[in-house]
Design a protein around this ligand. Structure first.
Ligand SMILES: *Cc1c(COP(=O)(O)O)cnc(C)c1O
Length: 404
């Protein structure tokens, strides 16, 4: 499907053409895929009618956020910077939620000034600081409290957030204690219970367990939450044979939860909206052959795409032009950075490839460019948005004299 006459295409533009026009390495996004992902997400949860707050930390490019806004989504932000970006992309404050364990007082004040929908507090200290701000402003402030449901997300350990050993949210006991402390407060208005158990979740079972815990706690608290914020975490298929989240089962679970609890649902998806809409185009610098394997040395590295080095994440690497010659040998795709973990993928056999060939690393739209750095004093790649036949630079390539 991606290939036309043996050439890799992103919408109507070939990877070769992008490489020629913009150089390599380069991040590319498909407008059409973003649009489809948003529409599918809305369609699946249509009867729930949720507020969908795009997780800005997955991709904070202003042009991407403008697309997000164009399709009516709100934003989930985790810093003042992300909040400014969301507002700059014209996302309405009443569609913005603020998450994170370590919001500074300055960040809290800024968010309160901007009149965002709610702050999801994650500790008693944080609520106390919000209360102080409320007191000085003589107004009541809307907050959510994040619950740590002690639920195993069954995903990579390093991207799990909902177990009691993780720093996120409050335990059931503390949650109920704070709810009682603040339920009649004149300064704090608790309107939301929030949870987010992790990322790249591919089974509905962790969500089922999470909903059971939330349901139980609401019963215990006898409290009516205007919103239940279920977070994000919906996984995508990084490889064809990888497990896929059954959205319709998740939807059913939420619907039966809502029969018992009459609240509005908030989602905070990141990866499932932008993940598969992004590509990283790179050129092969050298192929170093050894007895046991061929090292394919790319001009992109862990500074551009950290996920494999950081979490052991797997991203497919596809040739920009296909041929029928197979090389029966191990191929290890690596970057030029002086770190052993600067490698992307091991592939057993691969088609014949050569120095200067163009390859495409897939599904890098989420947690790609946002995790990039200038390690080894490498300038960051540009970002290009493809819409049918058009290509537009949405972030310029950094120049060495910007970073030295
Ligand atoms: C990271 C994060 C998300 C988004 O997670 P995805 O896996 O990208 O959907 C949502 N909510 C919170 C609180 C987060 O930290």
């Amino acid at each position: 499907m991606r290939y036309k006459k043996g050439q890799f295409y992103i919408e109507n533009v070939s990877a070769e053409k992008i490489a020629k026009k913009f150089g390599t390495p380069t991040y590319v996004y498909s407008h059409n895929k973003i649009e489809n992902n948003i529409n599918n997400f809305k369609k699946i949860f249509k009867t729930i009618n949720p507020l969908i707050c795009f997780s800005v930390k997955s991709n904070s490019n202003l042009s991407i956020l403008s697309i997000i806004n164009k399709f009516g989504l709100g934003a989930d932000v985790v810093s003042k910077g992300e909040l400014i970006a969301a507002l700059k992309a014209k996302i309405k404050p009443e569609k913005i939620v603020f998450s994170g364990v370590g919001k500074t007082i300055e960040e809290l004040k800024f968010a309160i000034n901007k009149k965002i929908l709610l702050i999801n507090a994650e500790s008693e200290n944080e609520i106390i600081e919000i209360e102080k701000i409320a007191k000085s402003r003589k107004k009541k402030i809307n907050i959510g409290i994040r619950l740590n449901p002690d639920t195993d997300a069954k995903t990579l350990k390093k991207i799990s957030t909902g177990k009691k050993e993780n720093k996120f949210g409050l335990t059931e006991r503390k949650f109920l204690e704070l709810l009682n402390k603040y339920r009649d407060s004149k300064l704090i208005n608790i309107i939301c219970l929030s949870v987010h158990i992790g990322s790249q979740i591919t089974s509905h079972i962790p969500y089922k367990n999470m909903l059971n815990v939330v349901d139980k706690i609401i019963k215990k608290s006898k409290f009516k939450f205007k919103y239940i914020d279920l977070g994000g975490g919906m996984g995508i298929q990084y490889k064809k044979n990888f497990k896929k989240l059954n959205y319709s089962k998740y939807n059913k679970l939420i619907k039966s939860f809502l029969k018992k609890n009459n609240s509005d649902i908030i989602f905070e998806p990141g990866r499932s909206i932008i993940g598969n809409a992004g590509y990283l185009i790179s050129k092969i610098i050298y192929i170093k052959k050894t007895n046991s394997k061929n090292f394919v040395i790319l001009d992109t590295a862990m500074n551009d795409l950290l996920r494999p080095a950081l979490y052991g994440a797997v991203h497919r690497i596809l040739p920009s032009k296909i041929n029928k010659t197979k090389v029966l040998k191990k191929h290890e795709f690596v970057g030029p950075i002086c770190e052993t973990t600067d490698k992307f993928l091991n592939v057993l056999n691969y088609q014949k490839i050569n120095q200067k060939d163009i390859i495409v690393i897939c599904d890098v739209g989420a947690y790609g460019i946002v995790l990039s750095s200038n390690y080894n004093l490498r300038p960051k790649p540009p970002e290009i948005l493809v819409n049918k036949t058009s290509t537009k630079i949405i972030t310029k390539r950094q120049k060495l004299n910007n970073i030295i």
